[in-house]
Design a protein around this ligand. Structure first.
Ligand code: GDP
Ligand code: MG
Length: 177
């Protein structure tokens, strides 16, 4: 996961947002350290994690910010969004409410973040297919209407996590180049 002596061409700040317990911290743990924990405690303290990867021969340091239990409405401060060029808007495919809150998160994002921010909607926990309550079609339609990228992921099984980050980072890369 990245040679520390490597020269960095770009640093991209990406924020994770969405309701509590949708799996934001585990998505980040999977991406940054290839780890997963089933009994993850509510996130404390850690502001962000980084991973350096190469896109079109340039080294990109992805600085991924995770909320520290500030998921209550409007509790995430503007400092969190400052300088962010990407956002991952996460819900849990087994919890309807977490999907119903997405427009609210989107509104918050659009009022605090740069208007050109690249956003991906993520339906996490797709390993729990038998508990699914949010259909892929509904989410896809919403994403299309709002101009967001969309993927379903499983931090547990490592499904699409890499893909989700690469989608956002590559789009950002293409915008700045
Ligand atoms: P956060 O509050 O959004 O940061 O959510 P966490 O990352 O702390 O995850 C909340 C709970 O969901 C924890 O018990 C995780 O182990 C579990 N979890 C996270 N991602 C997945 C997933 O992809 N599949 C399953 N089955 N559980 C997950
Ligand atoms: Mg967390």
């Amino acid at each position: 996961y990245g040679d520390p002596s490597q020269k960095i061409d770009y640093v991209f700040k990406v924020v994770l947002i969405g309701d509590s317990a949708v799996g934001k911290s585990q998505i980040l743990a999977r991406f940054a350290r290839n780890e997963f924990s089933l009994d993850s405690k509510a996130t404390i303290g850690v502001e962000f994690q980084t991973r350096t990867l190469v896109i079109q021969h340039k080294s990109i340091k992805a600085q991924i910010w995770d909320t520290a239990g500030q998921e209550r409405y409007r509790a995430v401060t503007s400092a969190y969004y400052r300088g962010a060029v990407g956002a991952m808007l996460v819900y849990d495919i087994t919890k309807r409410q977490t999907f119903d809150h997405i427009p609210r998160w989107l509104e918050e994002l659009r009022s605090h973040a740069d208007k050109n921010i690249v956003i991906i909607l993520i339906g996490n926990k797709c390993d729990l297919e038998n508990q699914r309550v949010v259909s892929t079609e509904d989410a896809k339609e919403f994403a299309q209407k709002e101009g967001l990228f969309f993927l379903e992921t499983s931090a547990l099984e490592a499904t699409n996590v890499e893909n989700a980050f690469l989608t956002v980072l590559t789009e950002i890369f293409n915008i700045v180049n």
